[in-house]
Write a protein that binds this ligand. Structure first.
Ligand SMILES: Nc1ncnc2c1ncn2[C@@H]1O[C@H](COP(=O)(O)OP(=O)(O)OP(=O)(O)O)[C@@H](O)[C@H]1O
Ligand SMILES: [Mg+2]
Length: 291
């Protein structure tokens, strides 16, 4: 529930900004393949307060068009903070973030965000939830319908358009959250442990669904997880963060050809390399990683 309130607050802010810029939004075509490059330069984040929390320290990263990046790190190391900085929902204390050489200074229509909790409005149908961004941005009903239907089909929920969130399983709600993020045709999909709340087999299925969507839609995906096997299965590159303050410990290139098999020895080798790097760092928080 807490996540829902925060998320609703965040998307209200995004929609307010979008409404202020309606002319631009109206003239924009929905759909089509659109990707973007991200650059993170010397970014640090300190949460001020009685005892300030240094959360991220000197992060330098570059994400390429259509890349699938996983951000891996122990609980509390600043993964969600990094994602919120990328999404423009927070400002770095120092450093800069650029998307296609334009500095990120607030929520941006090039970005679609999926949180751990699907955060759907319980009183709206799945169709209405998925279409909410287009509705608030002032798209015509016919255009909204066309796009919502397209993405509901893509995530396998076309038969559930008129259902309410409580009538869906956890995995189906997560799919609806993904469809909602995709429907405005963002260039980058930012995902914060989106499959954390579902059971193991649903999680595996959602990973495969996401890869299929990524291959069809050609998005840049930045996916936060603390599950090493999930990271190596999904990513082109895995960014390993240290315990707080989160710093980039190492970046692993996963060159295993796609489609991948979970029991592929090359994939298991990649997983072992990451575990070795994790075990080299002495912190109790390492126990957070799943096998
Ligand atoms: N709004 C905030 N104000 C103050 N401190 C915050 C705030 N948000 C996060 N923090 C602190 O920053 C640190 C990193 O939090 P963050 O949520 O980014 O971690 P995380 O890596 O996503 O953890 P998890 O894996 O548990 O989700 C934590 O110590 C947290 O207490
Ligand atoms: Mg988090």
């Amino acid at each position: 529930m807490f996540h829902t309130i925060i998320f609703n607050h965040r998307i209200s802010r995004v929609f307010r900004e979008r409404r202020n810029d309606q002319k631009k939004v109206y003239s924009k075509e929905i759909g089509g393949i659109r990707t973007a490059q991200f650059k993170v330069q010397q970014v640090s984040k300190v949460y001020e307060g009685i005892s300030p929390v240094v959360t991220l320290k000197n992060i330098n990263l570059q994400f390429e068009d259509c890349e699938f990046i996983c951000i891996l790190g122990p609980s509390g190391c600043g993964k969600s903070t990094l994602l919120e900085l990328l999404a423009g929902l927070q400002k770095p204390t120092s450093g800069h973030i650029f998307i296609d050489s334009e500095e990120v200074i607030g929520p941006n229509e090039k970005l679609g965000v999926v949180f751990q909790d699907a955060s759907l409005y319980p009183w709206r149908t799945i169709f209405q939830n998925v279409g909410i961004g287009l509705e608030f941005a002032g798209y015509k009903r016919a255009a909204t319908k066309l796009n919502v239907e397209k993405y509901l089909k893509l995530v396998g929920l076309d038969q559930f358009a008129e259902n309410y969130p409580h009538q869906l399983s956890g995995g189906m709600r997560q799919r609806a959250g993904i469809a909602r993020a995709l429907v405005s045709s963002p260039e980058v999909l930012l995902m914060d442990e989106p499959f954390g709340a579902v059971d193991h087999s649903t999680r595996l299925k959602l990973q495969d669904d996401l890869l299929e969507i990524w291959e069809k839609e050609k998005k840049t995906v930045i996916f936060v997880t603390h599950d090493v096997s999930e990271a190596v299965y999904l990513a082109d590159r895995v960014v390993l963060l240290s315990a707080r303050p989160g710093e980039v410990l190492e970046i692993f290139k996963i060159t295993v050809p796609r489609p991948r098999r979970r029991n592929d020895l090359l994939l298991l080798n990649a997983q072992n390399k990451i575990y070795s790097a994790i075990y080299q760092v002495s912190s109790e928080e390492n126990l957070e990683y799943n096998i």
